[in-house]
Design a protein around this ligand. Structure first.
Ligand SMILES: Nc1ncnc2c1ncn2[C@@H]1O[C@H](COP(=O)(O)OP(=O)(O)OP(=O)(O)O)[C@@H](O)[C@H]1O
Length: 324
């Protein structure tokens, strides 16, 4: 449906590419999250897809149609897509309802009102329909901006950090509703996020960027279970990465580094190895235990609270060797 081939981009006046040789395809109704450290090119990729920037090399195709940037289009931004930027871009002198309906046809006013109501319902803002946006909080403005994009029912929705201003409770609820709504309407979603739970919970596939290079593009489970590099695992938060001279101490023999997620180390009374606790941090559901074992520092989860210098026994239940 959307295909990106050998896409390269550098901002005018800069010699270095912000994106290098990006290749991926997205199917109708798929949800893709784009992750990567700050400055890796996530927002730039969305802007290129939407047609706000003119790329130097490569191709973006929607079906058979080649998509071009602002040099070739009178009004930047492709009609079948909607892009929700981080600045929300609301009109402060008309109501929330009018903002959401701004791009909807007036041909059937009852249908227009229905679409506005449904979109506001998805972001839990129906009570705010007659309010002016300058009376809203940052998170509420973000939700209006999302509703405006949803109401237009585009084929492709491009969302830049769509939940960044929402508190955790609201985010969980709205995130679920938006994604359900998009699945029900077969809308393709490509969104950027710094929150891995957004990526894991809502996406079909994850695209990982590092310095403008696409490091991995795969199903969510594969990115977690077979990360392409140490960089990818570091984006997941707590992780143990053992060099190939360290892993034999845990009876793991590989020629490359090994990744062990904290939940893959089991602390129990009859583990094979003995470690010494450095610190324990409460995580809400359980404790994150940092401990040392033969000069290697490891992380594991435990329901039990340990204190510094406690001796624990543990074993490694699962690990994966990194390709590079
Ligand atoms: N208008 C611009 N002109 C020149 N360079 C830019 C411009 N916008 C972004 N850049 C540069 O392009 C690179 C990628 O920026 P981009 O905003 O795409 O990254 P990002 O991954 O979305 O970052 P973040 O997670 O912080 O939002 C950065 O090095 C940034 O400094």
């Amino acid at each position: 449906m959307l295909k990106i081939d050998n896409l390269n981009y550098n901002y005018p006046g800069f010699t270095e590419n912000v994106l290098n040789n990006i290749n991926f395809a997205v199917q109708k109704g798929e949800v893709i999250s784009v992750i990567g450290e700050s400055g890796s090119g996530k927002s730039t990729l969305l802007k290129l897809i939407y047609g706000l920037l003119d790329f130097n090399e490569g191709e973006i195709k929607y079906g058979d149609k080649k998509l071009k940037g602002p040099l070739y289009n009178l009004i930047p931004g492709h009609k079948m897509m909607k892009y929700v930027a981080q600045d929300y871009d609301l009109l402060d002198f008309v109501t929330v309802g009018e903002n959401v309906g701004k791009f909807l046809s007036n041909f059937d006013l009852a249908l227009k009102q229905k679409n506005i109501y449904e979109a506001l319902d998805v972001v839990e803002l129906t009570d705010f329909k007659h309010i002016f946006p300058n009376k809203l909080s940052g998170g509420q403005r973000q939700r209006v901006s999302l509703a405006r994009a949803l109401a237009q029912q585009p084929a492709i929705l491009l969302l830049d950090e769509p939940f960044s201003n929402l508190d955790q409770t609201l985010k969980l609820s709205i995130r679920e509703k938006i994604m359900n709504w998009c699945k029900a309407h077969q809308i393709t979603v490509i969104f950027t996020t710094h929150d891995l739970s957004d990526a894991f919970y809502t996406s079909d596939k994850i695209l990982v960027l590092q310095n403008g290079n696409m490091i991995q593009f795969d199903k969510v489970e594969n990115v977690r279970n077979f990360p392409a590099s140490e960089y990818v695992t570091r984006l997941f938060g707590y992780v143990n990465v053992l060099r190939n001279d360290e892993s034999p101490k845990l009876s793991i023999n590989t020629t490359t580094s090994v990744v062990i997620y904290p939940e893959e180390i089991e602390i129990s009374d009859n583990g094979n190895f003995r470690g010494k606790v450095i610190e324990t941090k409460f995580q809400g559901r359980d404790y994150l235990v940092r401990f040392s074992y033969e000069n290697i520092e490891l992380l594991a989860y435990s329901t039990q609270k340990f204190i510094k210098d406690d001796i624990i026994s543990f074993e490694v239940k699962k690990y994966r060797a990194l390709k590079r």
